[in-house]
Design a protein around this ligand. Sequence first.
Ligand SMILES: Cc1cc2nc3c(=O)[nH]c(=O)nc-3n(C[C@H](O)[C@H](O)[C@H](O)COP(=O)(O)OP(=O)(O)OC[C@H]3O[C@@H](n4cnc5c(N)ncnc54)[C@H](O)[C@@H]3O)c2cc1C
Length: 279
Amino acid sequence: MKNVFLPHSLADLWRHWENEPAAAVYAGGTDLFVKMRSGAINPPSLICLERIEELKGAEEKGDFIRIGSCATHAHLLENSLVRKHLPVLVQAIKVLGSPAVRNMGTIGGNLCAASPAGDTLPPLYALDAEVELRRQDDSRRLAVKDFLVGPGQTLIGQGEILAAVWARKADGYNLHHYEKVGQRKALAISVVSLASLVRLSSAGVVENVRLAWGSVGPTIVMCPEAEKALIGKRLTLETLRKAAVYARQAVSPISDLRADAGYRRTLAGNLLLRLLACS
Ligand SMILES: Cc1cc2nc3c(=O)[nH]c(=O)nc-3n(C[C@H](O)[C@H](O)[C@H](O)COP(=O)(O)OP(=O)(O)OC[C@H]3O[C@@H](n4cnc5c(N)ncnc54)[C@H](O)[C@@H]3O)c2cc1C
């Protein structure tokens, strides 16, 4: 049995954490408890962040939507600001885990777990999102792409929490698409995923595009060459096939129990071709 402290405010959290600096913080626990049960980690005590109101909800802040780190996936699916301005994130959350996992799991937990298969990560890369990190007397913002440094590794420091995620509104794009391929249709960890944002002119020409792949490298992979290959072109099978060649060169997948590296590399390109069906 571990002691679990449930602060109701950030002030409470800092006071408690100062006295028990080795305590592990968590939100929904859907990742942390799996790791504890497997024996991978064994913190002396726990601090649950889920009752801290300052870490919940989503609000409009200029060009960004600021999402509290402890907002659950289920909450974000229903949130009108997120639905309006960040549809690619909504699409990703819809296929994350099961209803039970979405009810407990949080966006902050998904980011801090830093799995290359984390479903919110490719959309957050495509959206140029930033994280807001807080410690008792300090706060800082970092691009998500700099925050995530490897599988399970982030730049979060000792005594620091992820307070919020700042996602840039995607209003300038008219094609928002997230697709993941897993070993089955539901409750599957991604074998490869792709978040795409495309701005098409009224004539159907690509004016801007952001592409971010999951599960094909130690962190999320972006491919400026593939994006460049699409700009100024129509989304035809031919242009997408050319961009897919760059995508397959950019990824560095591993083989594991879910898929082998060659399959993942092929799929990373093939997922781009799916944009044909969306345009
Ligand atoms: C059955 C099952 C299916 C799943 N399916 C998927 C899936 O399809 N796609 C997917 O992406 N994930 C999946 N997951 C993983 C998990 O549910 C998600 O990553 C979820 O978003 C984690 O959120 P959480 O709040 O539960 O994290 P927690 O378990 O609370 O925390 C995860 C890690 O982040 C740290 N942490 C959490 N919040 C903060 C914070 N605010 N500040 C600092 N550190 C923090 C914790 O210390 C811990 O190390 C699945 C898990 C299970 C059990």
